[in-house]
Design a protein around this ligand. Structure first.
Ligand code: HEM
Length: 515
């Protein structure tokens, strides 16, 4: 098991590693200064200049001084700003200032026409490249190999990969989770990230990958180093970045992670090629589906790292938030256990039918996500050239657009009593009718529920994530009791721009259940 400080470093991406030992006041002050620097640099020296559409309100005020102030406010107060913008402008557009520029928030009605817009005009990958300085961090790949394969082969073979995934969950808990013979404080985000990295890697490349510690470490650290490297390089003017990239340790680490990925994946691909062997895992499907330059084994290894970026921290945040919710509202624990016991197979696993029957678990996962989604805004795209919508409105070139997903899920017209946590609200909605049922599931993607995005880039891994999180939560609930320590309250999530991260320092008490 990694040391807490090492995992601390890994789990909370926006913080530079050097900040880890400082008090939270120092961290806040430094982050504030860094953010101001990023703001000045990104707006003054940015390669792309933004034109604001006339007549569209800006959260916090449209005068220059307010915009400047609110760009900084957005770093840690985005949730309140987006709610304010959404409530005041329901059904129409508004801007929210941010250090990357004023983001144009669009109501979901526009996503229908935007989802089919040409990729080079309404660009999904550009949002990543911009946010994570793709030129220096490699984040934001234009390869379509991984979305293609996750969407087609993984989703088709979901039932085939789940037994291995569940075996890996059992192994990972035995090896990477504290014993908990008596009540033991466990750093939840840290341990769940380790477990999700192993479990995802089992689906990526069988036990060869899931048991490869160097790979697991690289797959977790890649995202962190990408985030922190991006924050660090953004402090320099564009002209200095090609040189300064070599002075930033986290950026130098990124190429090391690629070497680790190659050391893990290439021998496996070669051995399978020699043996003429196919496996039911992502690596095997990617090598089968690769076209032209994609067939290069080092390229495939690199793509594996990019899938891990999409899959690991995202899927670890969800069960961590749910554990916090269950400790705050322990009355949900027994009904969930009962439901799990009803679907458990004699071998201790859940089969395809069983996953479908976990409607209470699915519902509470979605409710937990409604309160604490990983992203406040989804369907983020960079509009690269003036884009005329059907109603005549022109989105100016160089505008980052997005849907204020979290604010929508707090709309009382869509979700009655939105501020009340009702763990089984989606199960109750499902019961109302088959037509409605599909819209209520955790992995649904529709205008009222966009935590996984929407359209051609909607998260293709969401069906796998849904099963994986259920299996992990199932294992936790059936094998451990959990509670907060005396006087502890639900850990608050940590906002950083559009991200809403589970508290990476919080611990929860676990104790093994007596069978
Ligand atoms: C709870 C866990 C997860 C969350 C919250 C999540 C969320 C998202 C979101 C918001 C997007 C962008 C969608 C859009 O803008 O329309 C996305 C894209 C993506 N996700 Fe996920 N994701 C999760 C798990 C996974 C997993 C487990 C995988 C892989 C097995 C995965 C693979 C991808 C890929 C490849 C894309 C890019 C799609 C494209 O390029 O078209 N995600 N995800």
């Amino acid at each position: 098991m990694g040391s807490p400080s090492e995992l601390d470093r890994i789990i909370f991406p926006p913080l530079l590693p050097q900040l880890q030992n400082l008090s939270s006041i120092h961290v806040a002050a430094i982050l504030g200064l860094v953010t101001i620097a990023i703001g000045i640099v990104s707006v003054v020296a940015s390669g792309r200049r933004q034109r604001l559409a006339l007549g569209i309100p800006i959260v916090g005020g449209s005068d220059k001084a307010s915009i400047k102030k609110n760009r900084i406010r957005f770093v840690h107060d985005g949730m309140a700003m987006l709610s304010e913008g959404y409530e005041k402008n329901k059904g129409s557009m508004f801007y929210v200032p941010s250090v990357l520029g004023e983001r144009l928030m669009i109501p979901p009605k526009y996503v229908e026409e935007l989802k089919t817009a040409p990729i080079d005009k309404v660009d999904f990958v550009a949002t990543f490249q911009e946010m994570f300085e793709g030129k220096y961090t490699t984040m934001g790949s234009r390869s379509t190999l991984h979305p293609r394969v996750v969407k087609a082969q993984l989703n088709h073979h979901l039932a085939d990969v789940m037994p291995g995934v569940q075996e890996e969950i059992r192994n990972a808990f035995e090896e990477d989770f504290p014993n908990c013979d008596d009540w033991t404080p466990v750093p939840v985000v840290d341990r769940l990230t380790q477990i999700v990295a192993r479990v995802s890697s089992r689906m990526f490349g069988g036990t060869t990958l899931s048991e490869n510690r160097e790979w697991i470490k690289a797959s977790i650290a890649f995202a962190l180093d990408g985030f922190t490297g991006a924050q660090a390089i953004k402090q320099y003017p564009h002209i200095l970045r090609p040189i300064m990239q070599y002075a930033i340790p986290t950026l130098r680490q990124i190429s090391e992670h690629y070497r680790s990925a190659e050391r893990a994946a290439i021998p496996l691909l070669e051995a399978r090629e020699r043996a003429g062997e196919k496996a039911l895992d992502l690596l095997s499907w990617m090598s089968e589906q690769a076209q032209g330059g994609e067939q290069d084994k080092a390229f495939i290894a690199g793509i594996l790292l990019k899938v891990s970026f999409a899959a690991i921290h995202t899927s670890a945040a969800a069960p961590a938030q749910l554990v916090f919710d269950l400790c705050a509202m322990p009355e949900y624990i027994e009904p969930l256990r009962k439901e799990l016991e009803g679907v458990m197979q004699p071998d201790g696993g859940i089969d395809k039918n069983g996953f479908h029957k976990l409607t209470k678990m699915d519902s509470i996962m979605k409710e937990s996500q409604r309160f604490n989604p990983l992203l406040l805004i989804t369907f983020e795209r960079v509009v690269t050239a003036d884009y005329r919508l059907k109603d005549g409105f022109v989105i100016p070139a160089n505008t980052t657009i997005g849907v204020p997903t979290q604010a929508i899920t707090m709309d009382p017209d869509i979700y009655p009593n939105p501020k009340t946590f009702d763990g089984f609200r989606f199960e109750k909605e499902r019961i109302k009718g088959a037509e409605n049922a599909g819209r209520q599931v955790y992995a649904a993607s529709n205008h009222d529920s966009m935590a996984f995005g929407y359209g051609r880039h909607a998260c293709p891994g969401r069906f796998f994530a849904s099963n994986e999180i259920k299996a992990i939560m199932g294992y936790l609930l059936l094998n451990y009791d959990m509670k907060f320590s005396e006087g502890q309250t639900r850990p608050k999530s940590m906002l950083f721009e559009t991200q809403n991260l589970p508290d990476h320092e919080a611990t929860v008490m676990f104790r093994k259940r007596k069978s």
